[in-house]
Ligand binder design. Structure first.
Ligand code: DLL
Length: 434
């Protein structure tokens, strides 16, 4: 099923012509409206009228998350605030979140992108869709919300949390589709099974529109068989728009990029050299129509590969493989973006512990857990159980204040944590290890 069939199945040559026209517009628009880009493009010797082909994009320096943070909150906005109608922000990195603004036109395009992805996944105007992403500064809930309303589906904006009530709505309202992170969908299923109601009370549920975090094929199968639904994956990030950058169709053979709005590239994460079609690398994305906060060659840090082969479904837009991992050390734990450097800053301010630490992330049941292993400066403190307990409590509390998530603190003897001569590996992510 298509939302905008003529665009979604546009011949490649025509699509590339459209991309080039929009790329020229975007570079010119950034140059004229965002001082950060005027300077950056001048320094790189790129004038807007020197962009003659899609290949010319390689002459533009990439934009990073640090650029957004350095220009916090509105420094990269290309429109005055009176034309910005919505603001979202991603969960904090080093203290400050990255902030994005949308014009009315941006919001229209966002809902078109979402409508395409929802219909490609099989959603229709007959569906009753429960949105179990958190509403708020996070882009997930409102992104799906407007896209689903656009295709005429009935939206239940129940948000995340209060799982038993969400399950009551599902039973009583005859919910047919669920929007959630895969891990929350699994947790909801586990909760449903623990209640006194038979699973047949949820039998109308047929579709899962999941995203915002990785999901192994095994976990997807578990969710599908637990709920008796068909699940699709949808990818995006708040800096680019939110969900709706790419998503799976019923073939589930890669996530279709909304290529008329976003121009993807795959590069080597260290050298930024272009990688060939089908090779893994870091995804860079240039927005092609965004007015509020346009971005040139944004470094997503997500590792994937892209194919331009048309899909069996008839769509011609490029497909990216599920995200394999990240080229930086950002972690997503229970929906919160976390950088080890944030924890490091907390630990460095505590006299009794050294700056050597390790983070261990696990999936216990259906929830992610974080263990922070820290080293004592003076191991003799280990003789006092009371003092160690107090120290653990203090560190956990400080980390909770900064990151907003609970973690377990393990205190180890001085010299126990591995030292590195090169880049330190601070994170042990055991979530996908069996
Ligand atoms: O997670 C936007 C979104 C919401 C996408 C709902 C899909 C559904 P951020 O909070 O800015 O935005 O986080 C962006 O999450 O760079 C990826 O590392 C990760 N991510 C997003 N979608 C997927 C996915 C939203 N389908 C960061 N698979 C991205 C794997 C994903 N990772």
């Amino acid at each position: 099923m298509f939302f905008q069939k003529d665009i979604e199945t546009m011949p490649r040559k025509q699509l590339e012509e459209l991309q080039l026209e929009r790329l020229k517009w975007t570079v010119d628009y950034c140059y004229k409206n965002v001082p950060f880009y005027t300077k950056k493009l001048d320094e790189a010797g790129v004038t807007p009228d020197s962009i003659k082909s899609l290949e010319d994009i390689k002459r533009i320096p990439p934009t990073t998350k640090a650029d957004l943070r350095d220009n916090y909150p509105f420094g990269l906005f290309a429109k005055p605030m009176k034309e910005i109608v919505r603001i979202h922000a991603s969960s904090g990195t080093t203290g400050k979140p990255t902030v994005v603004g949308y014009t009315k036109h941006d919001l229209d395009i966002w809902s078109d992108c979402m409508a395409r992805i929802c219909m490609a996944a099989g959603a229709t105007s007959e569906d009753i869709v429960q949105i179990s992403f958190g509403y708020g500064m996070f882009t997930g809930a409102l992104g799906l919300h407007y896209g689903l309303e656009k295709i005429g589906a009935t939206v239940i904006p129940n948000s995340s949390g209060n799982t038993e009530k969400a399950l009551m709505y599902m039973r009583d309202f005859g919910t047919t589709a669920l929007v959630a992170t895969p891990s929350y969908a699994l947790y909801m299923c586990e909760t449903a099974k623990s209640l006194e109601y038979p699973m047949s009370d949820y039998s109308r549920l047929r579709l899962g529109l999941f995203g915002s975090e990785g999901c192994t094929p095994e976990m997807r199968t578990q969710i599908e068989s637990g709920w008796g639904l068909f699940a699709t994956d949808n990818y995006g990030m708040s800096e680019l728009m939110g969900p709706g950058v790419s998503g799976e169709c019923r073939e589930r053979n890669g996530l279709h990029f909304n290529e008329d709005f976003f121009l993807p590239e795959i590069v080597d994460p260290d050298t930024l050299e272009a990688r060939d079609e089908g090779e893994y690398g870091e995804l860079l994305v240039t927005t092609l129509t965004k007015e509020g906060i346009p971005l040139l060659r944004y470094r997503t840090r997500d590792i994937t590969k892209i194919t331009y082969e048309p899909c069996k479904c008839g769509r011609t837009h490029a497909r990216m493989e599920k995200v394999q991992g990240r080229s930086d050390d950002m972690l997503k734990i229970r929906g919160v973006n976390i950088f080890p450097s944030q924890i490091e800053s907390v630990l460095i301010a505590i006299d009794q512990v050294s700056p050597h630490y390790q983070l261990v992330v696990r999936r216990e049941g259906f929830a992610d857990t974080l263990e922070v292993q820290v080293e004592l400066v003076d191991s003799s403190l280990l003789d006092s159980y009371g003092k160690i307990q107090q120290l653990q409590k203090d560190i956990a509390k400080k980390i909770q204040t900064v990151l907003g998530i609970q973690c377990k603190i393990s205190i180890v003897e001085h010299g126990t944590i591995e030292r590195f001569v090169g880049k330190a590996k601070r994170v042990i992510d055991l979530r996908n290890v069996k």
